[in-house]
Write a protein that binds this ligand. Structure first.
Ligand SMILES: *[C@@H]1O[C@H](CO)[C@@H](O)[C@H](O)[C@H]1NC(C)=O
Ligand SMILES: *[C@@H]1O[C@H](CO)[C@@H](O)[C@H](O)[C@H]1NC(C)=O
Ligand SMILES: *[C@@H]1O[C@H](CO)[C@@H](O)[C@H](O)[C@H]1NC(C)=O
Ligand SMILES: *[C@@H]1O[C@H](CO)[C@@H](O)[C@H](O)[C@H]1NC(C)=O
Ligand SMILES: *[C@@H]1O[C@H](CO)[C@@H](O)[C@H](O)[C@H]1NC(C)=O
Ligand SMILES: [Ca+2]
Length: 521
C-alpha cells in the first residue's frame, strides 16, 4: 500500500492535472459558448496494449526442454524450462502479465550452449500508434542483466529504426562510445543518444534487476529534480527542435547482445548459466493525439485518439471533412497554462467567409476590389480560394479540392511540347509531329531525334532505291554509284568523270572477256 502511494506521487506531475480538458462551456457577456483548450490523454501503462515479437525463432527456451542454473548457484543445474508444461514454460507474454501474490513470471531464452557463437535475441514491442513516453522504460531481468544490449525505436510502425540507448559493461569496447549518464546531460543535449554502463555491470542478480531508459531524468533537465518547473518543460517541448519526437515511439526493440556473465569471463564448462530472462517491461506513456484529444481508447486491438477540435485520424493528425478552411495544425502547450487548441475551422466560422480549402492559413482583404482572397496558396494551387491549379499543373480528378495532392504537375516534354501547360486531363500541347499525353512520342511517319522529324525513308512510301538501305528512318545508305535522298540518282548523271571511268573499266573488261571467248573458239 505504501508502495502504491509512493508510485502515485511519483507519477503525479506528468500523469495528471495538465492539459486534461479540451473544451468547457463558459458564459460571457455575449451569452454561453464553448471555449477550447489544448488537451492530451492521461498517461497509461502501455504494456497492456502492446504486441510483442521475439526473434530469432527458437530463442525461447523449452522446446526441447532444457536445464539451466544461476550465477549464484552455478553447479546446481536443476531448474528446468519446458514449453509443453505450463508451470515450466517461459513464453514472451510473461513479460507483460500482472504478477499476483509475488510470483515472478518471466520470458526466458535458451542457454548459451552454442558459445562462442553470440547469444542474440530481439524483443520487439509494437503499438500501431504513436505514443509519448511520460516515465522511464524499465526492463526487469531475473538472473542478471545483459552485459551488452541496445534499445532501438521506430516512429513509423517499424518501417525505419533508430538507436535509442546503448548499454554495456564497457561502452568503448562494445560500441566504441564513451560511457555517459543522463544526469550529466544539459539542456542542449537532452535528446542525445548515449551509451551507459550503469545497468550492465555485475552487482549480483538479486540486487539490481532493472535496466532503464531514463525519461524522467531527461525531463528533469528542464523541470528540475522535483518537477516543480513543468512550465519550462512544456515550453521546451514546444520550442526545442526534435525534443518532442525524442519521447515519441510507435515501436521499441531491445537487442540483447550478450547475457550476464556473473562478473567473470565466460566459463565454457558450464554454459547452462548464461541466458536472458525478462520478467517485466514497464512502458508508461500517453497516446500522441497532437493536443487534440483527452481520451484514447482501445478499439479493435488498436489505440485510437478520441479527437476533438474537429480533427480526425488515429493521432488527430488532420482536419475533419468540411473543416479544412485552414491547414491542420497540432495544438500547442503555449501559452501557459491552457495552451492553444489550433482547432480546425469550417467555412463561414470565425475565419470570415474565405474558404481556402486548407491550402492557405491567411486571407487578405483587397480594398479596391472589395474581395477577401487567400494569400500564398500552397500545394501548387492558386486563385481567390486556392481553388485552381497553378500553371503547369492540372486537377487530380480523384482528389477533393482540399486534398494536398489536388494539383498534379503537367510534366510536358520540353522539346516535344509547345509550352509546359496542359489541359484538365493532363494532356500537353504538342509541336508538329510529336504525340502522346506528354508529347514525348512521335506520330507515325516521324522519328525522334531531339524532337520529331518526318521520316526521310521507310519501308512503305519512301523506299530507298537501287539497293540502298534505310538507316533509322533518317537517311538512305546508298550503294557506290548512287546518290540522292532515296539513292534515286545515278552518279553518272551529275559526275561525268566518275561515270566515265567506271564505264571505261566496264568496257575494257567486256572487251577482255569477248577476246577470251574468241580465243577459246
Ligand atoms: C535483430 O534486429 C536487427 C535489426 O533488424 C537485425 O539486424 C538482427 O539480425 C536481429 N537479430 C536477431 C537475433 O533476430
Ligand atoms: C493499425 O491501426 C490502423 C489505424 O487505426 C488500423 O487500420 C490497422 O488495422 C491497424 N493494424 C493492425 C495490424 O492492427
Ligand atoms: C466543431 O464543429 C462543430 C459542428 O459544427 C462545432 O459545434 C464546434 O464548435 C466545432 N469545434 C471547434 C473546436 O471548432
Ligand atoms: C491524386 O489524389 C489521390 C488522392 O489523394 C492520390 O492518392 C494520388 O496519388 C493523386 N495522384 C497523383 C498523380 O498525384
Ligand atoms: C485534353 O486533350 C486530350 C488530347 O487532345 C483530349 O483527348 C481530352 O479530351 C482533353 N481533355 C479535356 C478535358 O479537354
Ligand atoms: Ca512477469
Amino acid at each position: 500500500m505504501l508502495y502504491l502511494v509512493a508510485f502515485l506521487l511519483h507519477c503525479l506531475p506528468l500523469a495528471m492535472g495538465h492539459y486534461d480538458i479540451c473544451k468547457s462551456w463558459v458564459t460571457t457577456d455575449d451569452g454561453p459558448s464553448w471555449e477550447f483548450y489544448a488537451c492530451q490523454p492521461k498517461a497509461m501503462r502501455m504494456k497492456d496494449y502492446v504486441t510483442v515479437k521475439v526473434d530469432p525463432p527458437g530463442i525461447t527456451c523449452g522446446d526441447p526442454p532444457e536445464r539451466f542454473c544461476t550465477h549464484e548457484n552455478p553447479y546446481l543445474c536443476s531448474d528446468e524450462c519446458d514449453a509443453s508444461t505450463p508451470d515450466l514454460a517461459h513464453p514472451p507474454k510473461l513479460m507483460f502479465d500482472k504478477e499476483d501474490e509475488g510470483l515472478v513470471t518471466y520470458w526466458q531464452s535458451v542457454t548459451w550452449s552454442r558459445y562462442p557463437e553470440p547469444l542474440l535475441a530481439n524483443i520487439t514491442l509494437s503499438w500501431n500508434k504513436s505514443i509519448e513516453l511520460t516515465d522511464d522504460i524499465v526492463v526487469t531481468f531475473e538472473y542478471g542483466r545483459p552485459t551488452i544490449m541496445m534499445l532501438e525505436k521506430s516512429l513509423d510502425n517499424g518501417r525505419t529504426w533508430h538507436p535509442y540507448q546503448y548499454y554495456a559493461d564497457d561502452c568503448m569496447e562494445a560500441f566504441g562510445m564513451p560511457a555517459r549518464r543522463v544526469r550529466d546531460l544539459s539542456t542542449t543535449s537532452a535528446n542525445r543518444i548515449i551509451c551507459t554502463e550503469e545497468y550492465s555491470r555485475w552487482v549480483g542478480s538479486k540486487k539490481e534487476k532493472n535496466v532503464r531508459l531514463e525519461v524522467r531524468d531527461r525531463f528533469a533537465i528542464f523541470a528540475g529534480q522535483d518537477f516543480r518547473n513543468m512550465d519550462n518543460l512544456y515550453t521546451r517541448l514546444e520550442s526545442a527542435k526534435g525534443l518532442k519526437d525524442f519521447f515519441t515511439v510507435t515501436d521499441l526493440r531491445m537487442r540483447l547482445l550478450r547475457p550476464a556473465l556473473g562478473g567473470t569471463y565466460v566459463q565454457r564448462e558450464n554454459l547452462y548459466k548464461y541466458f536472458y530472462a525478462v520478467s517485466n517491461i514497464e512502458v508508461t506513456g500517453r497516446c500522441k493525439c497532437n493536443l487534440h484529444a483527452n481520451l484514447c481508447s482501445f478499439k479493435e486491438g488498436t489505440l485510437q485518439c478520441e479527437c476533438e477540435h474537429n480533427t480526425t485520424g488515429q493521432d488527430c493528425g488532420k482536419c475533419k471533412k468540411n473543416f479544412r478552411t485552414r491547414s491542420w495544425r497540432a495544438g500547442s502547450y503555449l501559452p501557459l497554462p491552457n495552451g492553444s487548441p489550433n482547432a480546425c475551422a469550417a467555412a463561414g466560422s470565425a475565419f470570415g467567409n474565405c474558404e481556402c480549402y486548407g491550402h492557405s492559413n491567411r486571407c487578405s482583404y483587397i480594398d479596391f476590389l472589395n474581395v477577401v482572397t487567400c494569400v500564398s496558396c500552397k500545394h501548387n494551387t492558386r486563385g481567390q480560394h486556392c481553388q485552381h491549379c497553378r500553371l503547369g499543373f492540372y486537377r487530380n480528378g480523384s482528389a477533393e479540392l482540399d486534398d494536398e495532392n489536388v494539383c498534379i504537375e503537367c510534366n510536358c516534354n520540353q522539346i516535344g511540347s509547345l509550352h509546359d501547360r496542359c489541359n484538365e486531363t493532363g494532356y500537353c500541347e504538342c509541336r508538329e509531329g510529336a504525340a502522346g499525353p506528354k508529347c514525348d512520342d512521335c506520330l507515325p511517319n516521324y522519328y525522334w531525334r531531339q524532337g520529331c522529324f518526318s521520316n526521310v525513308c521507310d519501308e512503305q512510301l519512301l523506299i530507298c532505291q537501287n539497293g540502298g538501305t534505310c538507316y533509322q528512318n533518317q537517311r538512305c545508305i546508298c550503294p557506290a554509284g548512287y546518290q540522292g535522298i532515296l539513292c534515286e540518282q545515278s552518279k553518272c548523271d551529275s559526275d561525268t568523270k566518275a561515270c566515265n571511268s567506271a564505264s571505261r573499266t566496264y568496257l575494257s573488261l567486256t572487251t577482255f572477256l569477248i577476246g577470251a571467248l574468241i580465243l577459246q573458239l
